[in-house]
Design a protein around this ligand. Structure first.
Ligand SMILES: O=C(O)/C=C/C(=O)CC(=O)CC(=O)O
Ligand SMILES: [Ca+2]
Ligand SMILES: [Mg+2]
Length: 404
């Protein structure tokens, strides 16, 4: 069966074709702007879904005219499928063209797409965990004894999640060189990135219930790009024994576009292989990940291509773990995979790894770098195989502003 074609100019065959259709929240630029509402990206345009609902599906107005995706997320998987099928019809049947409003990407402001409730960050890459473990704990085992028995994670700070394009202020805090007697206070000198994949929860799950690994696809709505900015000097001094805190809570950048799982069916791949027996709630017949690639660009130079398909833990296992103690989920909760690093030296998702703990500078944008300098711009580009060529999952962009 031939794949449906869109009537939207230049969108057919582009990374944002009708097989993709990620959701965002947009308002129109210009005098005063207008109210933020849901939009769908098609080519280099945005379908105003709020306006389409008002005109054509008034019963869906509450889901699609909100300034956040949360009402759509909360509507559940049957509704997600209906809305997606409807959008595809609108964009493939030219009879609808005159009733729709398409906005240029350059005409809109993209807002944080989700009001994030709780945010958890995992540590699911064996390559990353091994590399970081060696750098932070050179005298211990690279992987802690728990690492292959449960997806290690911590609760992050939802309130400092910002949308792609937001400037990131260099944080100030305490840090202590290993040989120093006492800590000092000042701007971080080891500011880093972490290229991650975020999973946006749709279905609410009441307090006391668990999510089985088999319920992943009806619980998670879609994925977003995440940069978990990390101040390595602050982190190294503060993290014992409770884990990451102010070294990470100052900012986390999220892509403007949330790609529904429905768009990623072609990108499903088995995880590389889990080599220890797991307790029952983490057992998945064939744990599946995604063949998503993150290109890490620093000041215009691609410094790494991080392969999500190399992650050890599957997103379904992370979700099952997150709720096994009865913790509830709300529409709009977010969990991130942890830094994506592959086995090769050009597949590392943090500068800490790319610079061997700050000991081996590399070149980006014509200059030497270990960690980030003020004014540096980082862009993470996400893509995956689709039904006809690669699909785009948006970008995560941020420029470092000097410390206050
Ligand atoms: O091993 C540690 O002490 C710290 C690890 C991290 O900083 C990584 C983290 O935030 C989780 C991840 O992104 O993989
Ligand atoms: Ca992280
Ligand atoms: Mg962070």
């Amino acid at each position: 069966m031939p794949l449906p074609r869109t009537w939207v100019r230049d969108a057919d065959g582009s990374p944002y074709d009708v097989d993709n259709l990620p959701y965002g929240v947009v308002s129109t630029r210009g005098t005063g702007g207008d109210a933020a509402r849901v939009g769908v990206r098609i080519g280099d345009r945005v379908l105003d879904l709020g306006a389409a609902a008002r005109e054509l599906r008034p019963e869906w107005t509450p889901l699609l005219t909100a300034p956040e995706l949360n009402p759509l997320l909360a509507a559940g998987p049957a509704r997600w499928a209906e809305v997606r099928a409807w959008v595809r019809t609108l964009l493939t049947d030219v009879a609808h063209a005159s009733k729709l409003r398409l906005l240029g990407l350059d005409e809109v402001t993209c807002h944080l797409p989700v009001r994030v409730g709780d945010y958890v960050d995992f540590y699911a890459s064996e390559h990353h965990a091994t590399n970081i473990g060696r750098i932070l704990r050179p005298d211990g085992a690279a992987l802690a004894p728990n690492w292959k028995h449960l997806p290690v994670g911590y609760h992050g700070r939802a309130g400092s999640i910002v949308v792609s394009g937001t400037g990131v202020r260099r944080p100030t805090g305490q840090r202590k060189a290993p040989e120093a007697d006492a800590p000092t206070f000042g701007p971080s000198t080891r500011l880093d990135i972490e290229a991650e994949l975020g999973f946006v929860v749709g279905r609410s799950v009441p307090w006391g219930e668990r999510v089985a690994v088999s319920d992943f696809e009806r619980t998670v709505f879609g994925v977003a790009g995440i940069n978990d900015w990390s101040a390595r000097d602050i982190q190294a001094w503060e993290y014992v024994p409770l884990g990451p805190h102010l070294g990470k809570s100052f900012a986390t950048t999220m892509s403007a576009w949330v790609t529904p799982l429905a768009a990623l069916a072609v990108a499903r791949v088995p995880v590389p292989g889990q080599d220890v027996a797991l307790v029952e709630y983490l057992r998945e017949d064939e744990p599946q990940g995604y063949d998503i690639t993150v290109e890490v660009e620093l000041n215009g130079t691609v410094v790494a291509r991080a392969p999500y398909r190399s992650m050890y833990w599957s997103p379904a296992q992370m979700l099952a773990h997150l709720t096994v103690n009865g913790a509830s989920l709300r529409a709009g909760d977010l969990y991130a995979s942890g830094t994506i690093s592959g086995p090769e030296p050009d597949q590392l998702g943090s500068l800490m790894e790319l610079s061997a703990g700050g000991t081996r500078p590399f070149t980006a944008g014509g200059a030497q770098r270990t960690f980030l300098a003020d004014g540096d711009e980082v862009v993470l580009h996400y893509s995956a195989p689709g039904a006809r060529g690669r699909i785009g999952l948006g970008e995560v962009r941020g420029t470092i502003l000097p410390a206050r």
